[in-house]
Design a protein. Structure first.
Lengths: 229, 687
């Protein structure tokens, strides 16, 4: 059961005590942590260790977490979970917009952290071959690819999951809470801002005109649904 | 036209007086007709006239407005009118004096001339009489008649020739007597009877002294009449019969001089008036321009453009006004700047503290959790210590989070992320979240009024936090009895009320529950370990929405907390769909009348204690009526817990129910010390 949960986690944090503590907890849960304390060296460490997930503190010496997040996201779709001391809307939204999949506000409980990491690492092990259509997009679930007129669109795993969740039930309107549960794997509602930001990011990639979305349609006062295909 | 408007004035006022009475009924209209027609005359046309006046007045309205709003126009027009009055008065006085001066000289000269003339006429008559008697002692009448006629014509010729046009001579018969050939005679084609005023003739008839008057000389020939002074006297002809001799002195020269003076004065007066107006305009402009500038700049300042300043030139009072104004603006700007800096620093500090505290706290937290997990391997003392450590860290954490949240509100850094949400969803989440606690307490949480969507523009995160707080509090203090969560929407507002039947609130506590770190009963052990900031934060959250969070409670009868939010974020709140005091309160069930001790006292804290609160309260009634009208739709599903507790009431809506205990409420106020907010709450509840 735990075996597939194992994964390499890159911890980018300048606080040595916290990094060490994170290491203890992660190792206790069966992950393989590696550490880097400096924002400037984070990208090199990322390329070297090829982690399955990045734990990223937002306040870093050298390059700050936002910048690091953007750089990593530029070359990989690997899940990024931000550690932030600020739960203020602006900070969270900026972090999410720079490419983080999820965030966790300090101080957090070890269990909470582990749950979030597992949720990000959880992949359906053998995805059934499945073709989905949403708008003019064709989604190959097993092949993890989205195409428009044969042109492939690059999405992060999270964005892909979000799109697939919407495309599987085009008749259903998804509330943000339902999406959080299905895509992020949260039992209890966390922060619906996660959904808002990621829907925007997804739209910027898959919509012809993100101002007038046709693929991911907002249902005012309720949530989102897939556009007519 | 002028006659029209003059007639219209009383007509209008008359009809206006009658209007309120005679509006609807034909009878009183007749009365108005009669009254108006008889008393004022011509009022039958008053509707037409009124229309006409309205038609006249309409284009005047902009002028009236300009008059009210433009001080420059006022001053200039006033100056013009007043100087015109002064100039007119001055002109009349001057003209009067000039005329008197001119006439006095003329009258004197004329009188002496006339006196000379009269004596000359007398002398001629005496001479002629002497010659006549010398010729023929008993002259025949016919011949002497002939003589007198001739003599008189000669006399007129003779007398008038001496004046060389400076005067005319007229003779008229004395009294009605025109016999004896003494018909009217005059020199130079003067019309003798028309030129001499009738009353002067009568005066001369009745006395022998000379008399004078002003008249106009009328000519028989084609010549313009002219003003003149006429002096007359009764003189005897050679036969000893009286006749009237008049000297007429033309005043043409004097009139010319006078009109010249008049013309000069009028011209000068006109110039003076116009110049005074211009001067007034200039002077007022000097004062008004800076005032207008100050007004404009004050407006811009209040619009937030703090760098605006007045131009200051010179050292006069206007310059002082400008300087003082600028100084004020400067100080304002400085203070606002300082406050902004302070607020920014505060926010920065909060943010920094947040980060600096949270990182080590995270490490401690994780370490404590690891220790806590492994506590079974420890000896009992260490194991218990690990438990305490973990528990208190939880408390520390939530306290820190609440403190940061409060300081964010204090710094004004809290931002509302409002979007349309269905409050039912939020309430269901909150209720399901509180279920575990409720189960432990043996409490059932019931939801009322969730059949229809209750949508409002709100920040779901904050609303959820508020409601979670209220529900958890209700469960915690509900002593195992039911907790009822009620939803309603009406008018521009939505509301959620959380009712419990626990210990309730003592008099005055309803206002204090929102104070920071306030605890209902310090001696009471807290089972769920709140921070004491929950309701303060909830209140701030409600305020941020422009909503209210209010509390009601009675000792032993439970309490109700009500969150009211405007349906759209910018709309001011005017009422709540749910009455603050639940219908199953002791008072509403009429238990006071049954003689139960009246310890209860309810009070509320309106979440918005802004300056316009009072006015909002005052103007609530209209919407209150509307809300009450809408309330019955929500009411069947409304509170209360056990049907047995509800005393059925006539179906007249909550208004009647709230009105009934009005007198008791007054007594209730006496029971406890009245507090400002509580009174507001009372007023509010009085709907």
């Amino acid at each position: 059961m735990m075996s597939f949960m194992k994964g390499r986690v890159l911890v980018v944090d300048d606080d040595t005590a916290l990094a060490e503590m994170l290491g203890i907890v992660l190792r206790g849960e069966g992950f393989e942590p590696s550490f880097v304390a400096d924002g400037d060296k984070a990208l090199a460490a990322f390329r070297e260790t090829k982690p399955d997930l990045v734990l990223l503190d937002l306040m870093l010496p050298g390059r700050d977490g936002i910048e690091v997040c953007r750089l990593i996201r530029a070359e990989s779709g690997v899940p990024i979970v931000m550690l932030t001391a600020k739960s203020d809307t602006v900070d969270v939204v900026v972090g999410l917009e720079s490419g983080a999949d999820d965030y966790i506000v300090k101080p957090f409980k070890p269990k909470e952290l582990v749950a979030r990491i597992r949720a990000r690492l959880r992949r359906s092990e053998e995805p059934a071959p499945e073709q989905l259509a949403i708008g003019d997009l064709v989604i190959d679930v097993a092949g993890h690819s989205v195409k428009r007129d044969g042109q492939s669109i690059a999405l992060t795993p999270l964005e892909f999951d979000l799109l697939v969740a919407l495309a599987r039930k085009p008749w259903q309107v998804f509330t943000r809470e339902v999406l959080l549960e299905q895509v992020w794997g949260y039992r209890h509602a966390a922060d619906t801002r996660l959904v808002n930001v990621h829907v925007q990011r997804l739209r910027s990639k898959v919509e012809k005109d993100p101002e007038r979305p046709e693929i991911v349609v907002t249902v005012r006062g309720v949530g989102y649904k897939a556009g007519p295909s | 036209m002028s006659g029209d408007s003059a007639a219209s004035a009383p007509g209008r006022s008359g009809s206006r007086g009658g209007r309120p009475v005679g509006r609807g009924t034909a009878g009183s209209r007749w009365g108005r007709f009669l009254e108006g027609g008889l008393l004022q005359g011509g009022v039958q046309g008053s509707p037409v006239l009124r229309l006409f006046m309205r038609w006249v007045r309409r284009p005047l309205l902009p002028v009236m407005r300009l008059w009210r709003r433009n001080i420059q126009l006022k001053v200039v027009v006033t100056t013009l009118l007043m100087s015109l009055g002064v100039v007119l008065l001055l002109g009349f006085v001057v003209i009067g004096q000039v005329r008197n001066g001119l006439l006095d000289a003329k009258v004197k000269a004329s009188q002496s001339q006339a006196t000379g003339g009269f004596s000359a006429a007398k002398q001629t008559a005496d001479e002629a009489s002497a010659a006549g008697t010398g010729d023929d002692g008993t002259a025949t009448d016919g011949r002497s008649e002939q003589n007198v006629i001739q003599w008189m014509s000669d006399l007129v010729e003779q007398l008038s020739s001496g004046g060389q046009g400076a005067f005319e001579v007229v003779t008229l018969p004395a009294g009605g007597d025109s016999g004896g050939g003494r018909g009217p005679r005059a020199s130079n084609y003067v019309d003798p009877t028309a030129s001499v005023p009738e009353n002067l003739r009568e005066r001369i008839d009745s006395s022998t002294a000379a008399a004078q008057s002003y008249t106009r000389i009328i000519y028989n020939a084609d010549k313009e009449s002219q003003p003149a002074l006429v002096i007359g006297k009764q003189v005897n002809d050679p036969n000893g019969d009286p006749y009237q001799l008049y000297y007429l002195f033309p005043l043409t020269q004097e009139e010319k001089s006078l009109s010249l003076v008049k013309g000069t004065l009028a011209t000068a007066g006109l110039f003076v008036v116009v110049l005074l107006g211009a001067i007034a305009w200039l002077v007022v402009r000097q004062v008004v321009t800076p005032v207008r500038m100050a007004a404009g700049i004050a407006e811009r300042l209040s619009a937030g453009r703090l760098q605006e300043r007045m131009k200051v030139t010179g050292e006069d009072d206007i310059a002082r006004l400008g300087e003082a104004f600028n100084k004020m603006a400067q100080n304002l700007q400085l203070k606002i700047q300082q406050l902004e800096d302070l607020s920014r620093m505060q926010r920065r500090f909060v943010s920094d503290v947040s980060h600096e505290l949270r990182t080590p706290l995270t490490t401690v937290r994780m370490a404590a959790d690891v220790i806590h997990e492994a506590r079974e391997d420890f000896d009992p003392v260490t194991a218990r210590s690990a438990e305490l450590l973990a528990d208190q860290l939880d408390r520390f954490e939530s306290l820190l989070a609440d403190l940061l949240e409060i300081s964010r509100f204090d710094a004004g850094a809290a931002a509302l992320e409002a979007e349309p949400i269905d409050l039912r969803e939020v309430v269901r989440r909150v209720v399901s979240g509180a279920e575990p606690l409720a189960e432990r307490k043996g409490t059932t949480i019931r939801l009322v009024g969730d059949q229809q969507p209750v949508v409002a523009e709100a920040d779901a995160r904050r609303v959820e936090r508020v409601l979670r707080n209220l529900v958890v509090n209700a469960v915690e203090h509900g002593e195992g009895r039911d907790v009822v969560v009620k939803l309603a929407a009406a008018g521009g507002a939505v509301a959620v009320a959380v009712r419990d039947y626990g210990v309730g609130l003592k008099p005055g506590e309803a206002t204090r529950v929102f104070s920071r770190f306030w605890r209902a009963d310090p001696a009471r052990a807290r089972t769920t370990g709140g921070t004491g900031l929950g309701l303060s934060i909830a209140l701030e959250d409600a305020r941020l929405h422009g909503g209210w969070l209010q509390a009601w409670g009675e000792p032993g009868g439970g309490s109700q907390f009500r969150l009211t939010l405007p349906r759209t974020a910018d709309e001011p709140l005017r009422g709540s769909p749910i009455p603050l005091e639940p219908k199953d309160s002791r008072r509403n069930r009429g238990l006071d009348d049954a003689g139960l001790p009246r310890g209860e006292k309810s009070a509320t804290v309106p979440a918005q204690q802004t300056a316009d609160q009072a006015s909002a309260m005052a103007s609530r009634d209209p919407i209150a009526g509307r809300l009450n009208g809408a309330a019955p739709t929500a009411d069947p599903t409304a509170l209360p817990g056990n049907g047995a507790r509800v005393v059925p009431r006539p179906a007249s809506g909550p208004r009647r129910q709230d009105d009934a205990p009005a007198g008791e409420r007054a007594r209730g106020e006496d029971a406890g010390p009245p507090e400002g907010p509580s009174r507001q709450g009372e007023a509010f509840r009085g709907r």
